[in-house]
Each structure stands twice: as structure tokens, then as C-alpha cells.
Design a binder for this molecule. Structure first.
Ligand code: ACO
Length: 367
């Protein structure tokens, strides 16, 4: 029996920070309202040269370094994102190329803010089935590119960032213990980004109508979120045969402190059992859970052996939870330096493009 252990972790956030006071210069809002209604104090905003794949690769290199794994050891890359660079190619393939993960299959997963939980579950299932050994799971977003900076009900909420886990197969019990995934497409209209898909391809009209911006019914999403956070947590514990007392930490999606407080009340748990860092990042969508995890590990809050639940909700509507036992890196020999592989990866990518170009010329001549 193979278990899927979380053996590496890393995060990345753009250096540029936007405070609530900065926002109050763009829309009619103020620091007090945003803090009281959401808990958010600042968010990180990607610069013009930062994309979901660039943030993801930074997080991934850190995760691979901790796991002591080469990019070429990866069998699978799953990138959860709702702000992909393109409709296709998948952001996961851009990451695969930038890392030089030559053996890995790569695909994107779209489940909004629940996506990281879905993606870790998919990676863990592939490991448990015995079909792969090493997976890289990434949540990455630059939702700031899709925010309407004139809409005060949404622009205050979102921030950019990425988080990554390495999952590895081991005979030792632990790692991902159970997961639940849910959806309710009847609520799809509550949180949307309609423009640019095949229903509303980009036209002057879609731009004029603001269809390329995030639209949200905040109150409805709030009600849905407070309902499902506690129930999904309880459900995933039941699946793993665990009780609430077995769990040291709950790592919730970082959308709004009031949603997390409602989940705490629903589960009859004190707030100090919840990892919260939304004050510094805002809602980074699918990246919020891994960013919160990485910070908590780095601060020494999450310790090897701790059992924890990650729980999230998002557009779709989607929601889900995952129970895991934190183990840390597997024992390994020697030290690999995944960062160095990035230079080889760039070179390899250039050579492959050049070869493809030459092949194309030769093929045309043969015709
Ligand atoms: N600053 C000042 N006032 C504001 C602001 C603002 N930024 N935004 C709204 N208001 C006003 C409203 O206009 C309203 O005024 P009115 O009473 O005169 O009409 C008042 O504040 C109350 O507005 P509500 O919308 O009722 O405020 P609420 O307390 O519900 O907070 C919020 C709004 C923060 C959006 C909340 O509903 C929320 O967090 N919802 C969940 C959002 C969420 O989690 N989304 C992410 C999903 S994950 C994903 O998939 C991306």
C-alpha cells in the first residue's frame, strides 16, 4: 500500500503590496470598513512581468528543494488556477517547461478557490493507485488582472500569489488521509468571469459590458461559505475515522475572517485552532491554503506528526476538505539543487524550439 506524503512546500507572493489606504484612493472605501468586514489589511499585486507560471515556478523550486527532488523526478504536475495565462496551453505546461520537468504529465485544474484541495486529492489518488511516485501540486493566481478596480465590493478582496506542495509515495502510513469534493453548479452565477470563454468570446461589446471582470454576489457567497466550511470539515474527519480532538489545525480558505469565525462557531472550536494569514494576502483564491500552510510551517506552528484539515469553497460553486498528517521530507541521499535545473531548462527549451524550427524547414523541403 502506497501513501501520499506532503514532502515539500513553497510559496511566492509579488513584492508589490497594496494597502487598504491605497485602495481608498481608487474607490469609495476605507481601512476600517475593509478590516471590520473582511479582516484584510493588504494584498500583494503582480507586476507586469509576473504571471501565474512565474509565481508558481518560484514556489515549486522552494518545494522541490525541501523535498530534495529534481524536476526530472516529477511524474505529474497539476496546476490549479482560475487566472491561467492562456485558455491553452495549460499553465501547468508552462511550469513544466520552465522547471525542465521532462518526465512529467501536466494539466490545469479549474475549481476556483477549492482547486488546491481538489488538486492535492487528484495527485494523492494517482500516487495511491501506484501509477506515479512524485507529483507537484500548485495553486497560483494573478486575479488582480481580472478585478474591476472601480468595483469596491470585489477589488478589496483579492490578491496574487502561489503555493506548491510536492507529494511523494511512501510505504510509511501518513500524508493525505482523506478528502471530500463537492459542487453545485446551480450557484455558478453567484461568482463569475464570463468574458473570453466560448460563450462570450472577447469582442468590443464584452469589453464594454465589463464581462472580463470578476462579478460576485458577495452576500450569497458569504452565506454558502458559512454553511459548507463546517460541514465539509466534519465530513472529511468522518471519512478518515478521526475526531475533532485528533486534529491540531484547521487551514481554511482565506477569504474573509468572518467566514472563518462562523466555521469556528459551527465546529465549536476556538479561533486559535485556525491558521489565518488573510490580513497580509487577501483572498489569493486557490493559492490561499498552500500559502497559509507554508507560513504556518515556517513559523513552527505546524509540526511533524500534526494532523490537520484544509477546507475551502469557491466559484462553481465548489467546496471540499482534505485531512492530512504532516510528515515533512522523506529521508534521501545527497542534495539536489532544483534551482540549477532552471538554467538547463531554459537552454533545453530554446534548443527544442530551434530543433522544431529546423525540422519544420526540412519537412517543408521534403514536401
Ligand atoms: N467599502 C465601503 N463600503 C462598502 C464596500 C467597501 N469596499 N463594499 C460594500 N460596501 C457597502 C455596501 O454598498 C453596503 O452599503 P449599503 O448598506 O448602503 O447598501 C454595505 O457596505 C454593506 O454591504 P454588504 O455587501 O452587505 O457587505 P458585507 O458585510 O456582506 O461584506 C463582502 C461584503 C466582504 C464582499 C462579503 O459579502 C464577503 O466576504 N462575501 C464572500 C466573498 C468571498 O468569499 N468570495 C470569494 C469566493 S472564493 C472564489 O472562488 C474566488
Amino acid at each position: 500500500m502506497q501513501y501520499a506524503h506532503i514532502t515539500g512546500w513553497g510559496m511566492s507572493a509579488p513584492e508589490s503590496v497594496m494597502t487598504n489606504d491605497d485602495l481608498s484612493k481608487l474607490v469609495e472605501t476605507n481601512d476600517q470598513w475593509i478590516r471590520e468586514r473582511t479582516g484584510i489589511q493588504q494584498r500583494h499585486i503582480a507586476g507586469p512581468d509576473q504571471f501565474p507560471s512565474t509565481l508558481a515556478v518560484e514556489a515549486a523550486v522552494k518545494a522541490l528543494t525541501i523535498a530534495n527532488l529534481r524536476p526530472t523526478d516529477l511524474d505529474l504536475i497539476i496546476c490549479s488556477t482560475s487566472s491561467p495565462e492562456y485558455i491553452f496551453p495549460a499553465t501547468a505546461c508552462l511550469i513544466q517547461d520552465q522547471l525542465g520537468a521532462t518526465k512529467a504529465g501536466a494539466f490545469d485544474l479549474s475549481a476556483a478557490c477549492s482547486g488546491f484541495i481538489y488538486a492535492v486529492n487528484m495527485g494523492a489518488q494517482a500516487i495511491r493507485s501506484g501509477s506515479i511516485k512524485n507529483a507537484l501540486i500548485i495553486g497560483t493566481e494573478t486575479l488582480s488582472r481580472f478585478v474591476d478596480w472601480k468595483d469596491r465590493s470585489t477589488c478589496i478582496l483579492f490578491g496574487d500569489g502561489a503555493g506548491a506542495f510536492v507529494l511523494q509515495a511512501s510505504d510509511e502510513p501518513g500524508g493525505v488521509l482523506s478528502a471530500v469534493m463537492h459542487s453545485d453548479g446551480s450557484g455558478g452565477n453567484l461568482l463569475t468571469l464570463e468574458g473570453g470563454g466560448s460563450h462570450h468570446p472577447a469582442t468590443e461589446t464584452t469589453v464594454h459590458d465589463g464581462k472580463h471582470y470578476i462579478k460576485m454576489d458577495g452576500n450569497e457567497v458569504f452565506r454558502f461559505a458559512t454553511r459548507v466550511m463546517a460541514s465539509a470539515t466534519q465530513e472529511v474527519l468522518d471519512c478518515a475515522g478521526l475526531k475533532m480532538d485528533d486534529i491540531r489545525w484547521i487551514v481554511p480558505h482565506q477569504a474573509n475572517i468572518r467566514i472563518i469565525q462562523a466555521a469556528a462557531r459551527g465546529l465549536k472550536l476556538p479561533m486559535d485552532r485556525f491558521i489565518v494569514n488573510l490580513q497580509n494576502y487577501g483572498n489569493t483564491s486557490t493559492a490561499s491554503i498552500p500559502i497559509a500552510m507554508v507560513e504556518a510551517i515556517e513559523k513552527g506552528q505546524i509540526q511533524p506528526g500534526d494532523k490537520l484539515v484544509m477546507v475551502g469553497f469557491g466559484a462553481g460553486l465548489t467546496w471540499g476538505a482534505l485531512a492530512a498528517q504532516w510528515t515533512g521530507p522523506l529521508p534521501s541521499k545527497g542534495h539536489v539543487h532544483p534551482e540549477q535545473y532552471r538554467t538547463f531548462a531554459r537552454l533545453r527549451s530554446l534548443v527544442r524550439r530551434a530543433l522544431r524550427f529546423i525540422e519544420g524547414l526540412l519537412y517543408r523541403r521534403e514536401l
